[in-house]
Design a protein around this ligand. Sequence first.
Ligand code: FEO
Ligand code: CA
Ligand code: CA
Length: 661
Amino acid sequence: MTESSRPPLSVQFEESEDQGSNSSLNPTLGDVIAARYDRRDLMKGLLGCAAIAATVSPVALMVAQEARAQGGNTTPSFAFKEVAAGSDEKHYVAEGYDADILIRWGDAVLPGAPAFDPANQSATAQALQFGYNNDFLGFASINGAPGHGLLVVNHEYTNEELMFPKLGRQDQKARFAGMTKELAAIEMMAHGGSVIEVKRENGKWGIVPNSRYARRITAETPMEITGPAAGHTLMRTNADPTGTKVLGMLNNCAGAMTPWGTWLTCEENFNGYFWSKKAGEEGPQGKALKRYGAPGEWYNWGQYVDRFDYAKEPNEVNRFGWVVEIDPFDPNSVPKKRTAMGRFKHEGAGNIVNRDGRFVAYQGDDERFDYVYKFVTDGRVDTANRAANADLLDKGTLYVARYNGDGTGEWLPLVQGQGKLTAENGFPDQATVLVHARLAGDAVGATKMDRPEDIDVNPKTNKVYLMLTNNSRRKADQVDAANPRADNKFGHIIEMIPENGDHAALKFTWNILVRCGDPAIAAVGATFHPNTTRDGWFGMPDNCAVDNAGRLWVSTDGNSPGATGRADGVWAMETEGAARGTSKLFFRCPNGAELCGPYFTPDDETLFVAVQHPGEAEDDAPPGSGTFENPATRWPDFKDGMPPRPSVLAITRRGGGKIGV
Ligand code: FEO
Ligand code: CA
Ligand code: CA
C-alpha cells in the first residue's frame, strides 16, 4: 500500500500511517550511533547543505572507491537492456521481453462469474471475479512443472474512487457520504485473495478455465485461529465465543510460499477497517489500540457490519493483523491465522528451511519506527510428508531485531516471563505477548526502523535482504546506524548475515546494501554504485525477489514524477563483488501504480508481477484527479468508460530462456 494511497491526508497527520505510533523509549541514538560509519560524519555535512548540488554524491564516489579497492569486475551480471526511467500511461519491459496481462480486476476466477461490467458491479459478481489491488504473488508448481501451477494472489485493499462511477474519494473528510451498504459489500468481496491455475503453452501463459483449484478468499471467508492466542479472552466475540473462528482476512499485503507448498498471506493495515475512532479512544484496550492505530476509520464498513464497529465488538480487531496460511491445492481447506507468528502490520514472511530443519520466517512490520521480526518453529520441516507440516507454524519462538551500531545485531525473544514480558508489565500470558507484539517489542528494546517492508532470504548465500521503504518523520536526533538518514524520503536496503549461517541464531551482522534516491543529488546521500545509470536508481524499495541464481530484484512503491521523476517498477540489483550496489531498471509501471509481488517460476523463465492501483493521482494533483472518470491512466484496457484495472502480468523472454541472463 502506498503510504499516501489509502489513508486520507487528513488522517495521515493525525495517526499511525504517517507519524508512526511507536512512542516507546527504545533507543534511536546513544549506543546505536553509527560508530563504525565514517560516512555518517560526511552525511551530517552533506545534509547540512542548504543547496542541493547536482553532482555525483561524495558518498557514491566513496562506494566506487571501495569497489575499486576490492578489485574485480564491475560489469553487472544482469544481461538486459535497461528500460528508460520515466512515467506515462503504459508499462514497459526490457527489450526482448514480453510483459503480458494474465488477469485483471473483474476477470472470472470461479465458474458463473459474469463478464466485468464496471457500471453494474455487485458483491455477488465480485465474489466470483478477480479482486482488487493485487499484491503478493506466489507460484506453486503442479507435479514440479515450471510452466504449470497455481498462482496465488493477495488482494490488499480497494480504491473506491477508481472502482465506482461518480463516487470520488470516500473518507472521513468526505464523511463517507457517497458510500452505501452495497458498495461496502463489493469492497469486502474485492479484498482477500485468489487462487488461479495457470499454464504456459507455446510460450504464453494463460488461465486454465474451470480449474478445480480456483478459489476466491474474501473478507467473509471462514477461517480458523490457531496457535497460542487461539481461544484467548482477547480473541472472543459475540459471534465467536470460542475465540477460534473468524471471517475473512484484510489488507493482505505481501506474503510467501512455504517449502511445503502453502501460501502465507499477511495482513497489514487491518486497523483501517475498524470503526469508530471515538469508541476506540474510550475503550478498555486504549494503549494497545493506539499503538496499532485502531480503529482507523479508513473504511466505513462498521456502519453496516457490526463486527467492524469497535463499540459493538471490541475484540474483533484483535483477530486481524496475522499471517494466514492457506493450502492452495485444497479449495475447501480452511485458512488458518497463525498467531504464534505475532500480530502487527505484516508485510511479508520471507522464509528458509534452516540447516537444522527448522522453518524460519523473517517479517517486517510496515510502519514508521516499527520493527523487524523473525519466527523460528520448534519442529522441523518434513520434506517427505507434506501433511506433517500442517501445524508446524503453531509452535515456535517469535523474535524482534535490535541493530547495534557496530554492525552486529541481536534477536530478542518475545517470550512471556522472560525479561520485561511479565504480568506486571501487562503481559500475563504468551497470547497477550503475541496479540500485542508491538508492545512486547517496545518492552524488550527493539530498534525502530524506517518502515520495514519485504525481507527475503538468499538461499545461495544465506544473506537476508530487508527493504526499508522510507520514513520522512525521522528527525536528525533520531538517526542511528541502521536508519542513518533523517527525513528518509527514499529508503534503503539492509543486508543481514546470520551468525555462522544459522538462521535460528540469536546474533547476526548487518550492513547497508544501498541508500536509495537520486545519486546525482549530493544532499540525498544515495549510495548506488556509480555504474548505475540515470535510469537505474530508485527510491522506496518495497517488495523483492531472489531468483534461482541468487540475484536480487527489487520492486518499489512511491516513485512518481513528483517524488523521483519516475514511475515505480522492478530493478535488478547487484549484491556481490565489485558491481555490488549497481541497479538496472527492468520493468516500469503505468501512472499511479506501485509494483508488487515479483515472483519467479522455478526455472527463472517467467517473472510474475502485480501492478497495483494504476491510475491513482499524485498527492498534489487537482481535485477530481485519480477517479473513475479521470484516472491517471486507463491501463490496461485503454477504453472509454473502463476504469484502470489492477492486473497481474507474466514477463517472459521472447524465444524463451531465463530472465536477465
Ligand atoms: Fe502494503 Fe507495506 O505495503
Ligand atoms: Ca509499501
Ligand atoms: Ca508492500
